[in-house]
Design a binder for this molecule. Structure first.
Ligand code: 13P
Length: 364
């Protein structure tokens, strides 16, 4: 019992570090299938070695640690190494970026609930968490998905996914990893902002009920929700301010003050919109919020870099500059300081220094 208490205190410290100093998380935890799908869009080879080279480009980006506090890896990636033999988790830790790991095994068709998904991965999780901890992971992530439309999400889908999230979170805290709890209400559909708000609120309240009943310590976890947004095909696309107001109102009504931070997923928003909306929330509400409001973006940080890289070694430097830039915009948004000038300010790194840095694997 005593050991468990000490453990929770250390985990709470890590959870606070994940959202401190205006920084946020970088999600590079695409599963093999998702990574291959993204690579296929740009005719990039879909091999484990191509995944490795892309992740090396990312973790070696000079200055990434100015904006990024933690990076979420995938099972394949946490087992891979840089060209110089340094495991990715070790390379991240060396530059002050906490290594994290996606531990769910994907959202699968839910029996008897057509069109809905249940996230799998609880069986054997205790053993896998111990292995990831030994590899250097400090936090973990589990994603549940909910789609809006035609009577979904159902109560059965919300409750079973919330229960799995809470069981996962409890196992993480026992293992010594900070759980990032990710219930994602998807953007696909023609629903309005109000409908997204109603459903996101219902999902979050159910998730926290389950977290309480599984005795998850709220001070030692991070919530990773969607922003409250109108559906992609909704005729009314709300302003940045309307999205920011609806999102903060929904979170204030549903998320306990005890958690240290909320980090949004980007969910298919453009990089610019994901920065602008997060910024508006922090500009308009920061002094009234009990938790840090930050980011844990995948596509919204990586997309320009992936397009520029195109699988070519010659494009590594401009791709890293694009990645650095988007991460910097998001960190500015966490601080409520993102604007057109920040968006326009592309930093250029002298090529020789950067090349030396990439291949030496040193921190900057
Ligand atoms: P996106 O920001 O691309 O939605 O990815 C975040 C994530 O981790 C999804 O699980």
């Amino acid at each position: 019992m005593e050991r468990y208490k000490v453990n929770i205190h250390a985990l709470a410290t890590t959870a606070n570090e994940m959202v401190a100093n205006g920084k946020g998380l970088l999600a590079i935890d695409e599963s093999t299938e998702t990574c291959n799908r993204r690579f296929a869009q740009w005719d990039i080879a879909q091999t484990a070695e191509a995944h490795r080279r892309y992740r090396e480009l990312i973790v070696s980006t000079p200055g990434l640690n100015e904006s990024i506090s933690g990076a979420i890896l995938y099972d394949e990636t946490i087992r891979q190494k840089k060209d110089d033999g340094t495991p990715f988790a070790t390379a991240l830790a060396a530059i002050g970026i906490l290594p994290g790991i996606k531990v769910d095994r994907g959202a699968k068709e839910m029996p008897a609930f057509p069109g809905e998904k249940i996230t799998e991965g609880l069986d054997g999780l205790r053993t896998r968490l111990a292995e990831y901890l030994a590899m250097g992971a400090r936090f973990a992530k589990w994603r549940a998905v909910f789609s809006i439309g035609g009577g979904t999400p159902s109560r059965g889908c919300i409750e079973s996914n919330a229960h799995a999230l809470a069981r996962y979170a409890a196992l993480c805290q026992e293992a010594g990893l900070v759980p990032v709890v990710e219930p994602e209400v998807l953007m696909e559909g023609d629903h309005t902002l109000d409908v997204c708000s109603e459903i996101t609120g219902r999902v979050l309240r159910t998730v926290f009920e389950e977290l309480y009943s599984q005795r998850v310590q709220l001070e030692a976890m991070i919530l990773k929700p969607n922003m409250v947004l109108p559906g992609l095909t909704c005729p009314t696309q709300n302003t940045v301010e309307e999205v920011s107001d609806a999102t903060v109102r929904c979170l204030l009504r549903s998320v306990p003050a005890a958690i240290p931070g909320i980090v949004f997923l980007s969910g298919g928003q453009s990089g610019e919109l994901a920065s602008a909306r997060l910024n508006a929330m922090n500009v308009r509400y920061k002094s009234r919020l009990p938790w840090e409001l930050s980011f844990s973006y995948g596509r919204a940080i990586q997309e320009p870099a992936l397009e520029i890289w195109h699988g070519e070694q010659a494009n590594v430097i401009p791709a890293q500059e694009a990645l650095y830039h988007r991460a910097k915009c998001d960190a500015s948004a966490h601080r409520g300081r993102y604007d057109a000038a920040v968006e326009a300010d592309h930093r250029e790194i002298p090529a020789p220094a950067l090349i030396a840095n990439v291949y030496a694997g040193s921190a900057r």
